[in-house]
Ligand binder design. Sequence first.
Ligand SMILES: C/C=C/C(=O)SCCNC(=O)CCNC(=O)[C@H](O)C(C)(C)COP(=O)(O)OP(=O)(O)OC[C@H]1O[C@@H](n2cnc3c(N)ncnc32)[C@H](O)[C@@H]1OP(=O)(O)O
Length: 110
Amino acid sequence: MAALRSLLPCVPGLLRPRHGCAALRTFAAGAKFEYIITEKKGKAHNVGLIQLNRPKALNALCKGLITELSQALQAFEEDRAVGAIVLTGGEKVFAGGQHGSGSWAVRGAV
Ligand SMILES: C/C=C/C(=O)SCCNC(=O)CCNC(=O)[C@H](O)C(C)(C)COP(=O)(O)OP(=O)(O)OC[C@H]1O[C@@H](n2cnc3c(N)ncnc32)[C@H](O)[C@@H]1OP(=O)(O)O
């Protein structure tokens, strides 16, 4: 999963939460995200599901979405109960690509 995170666009100033930081504590407490939905699935709750949830913009990758996605990936990665992470997009499209007004650089191919 570290490999997947490394494919995420490189956003200047992107919050990269560290162990025990406030962002991860909020995530662990089940806080709602604005641009993604997270759930633990499976009988053993061992599958971390992340769904992109910015339907009005066809899940275009804005800074907020990328920040939340990075936080969710890290939190699931650090959850010993989670053995797999599934990332899904929208019904119509997975994602509309980089947000149209975005001025941030992208590292690697997505
Ligand atoms: C290194 C990486 C680079 C990249 O990521 S390059 C790719 C960048 N992305 C794009 O060029 C795709 C741009 N979007 C489109 O071409 C079209 O969309 C689609 C073909 C994906 C779908 O077309 P349709 O079904 O007609 O939907 P709609 O009315 O165009 O879009 C619905 C709403 O979604 C917003 N939206 C879609 N993609 C983006 C985007 N990339 N950035 C910001 N907004 C986006 C629109 O504006 C609109 O919103 P509103 O209803 O308010 O006009």
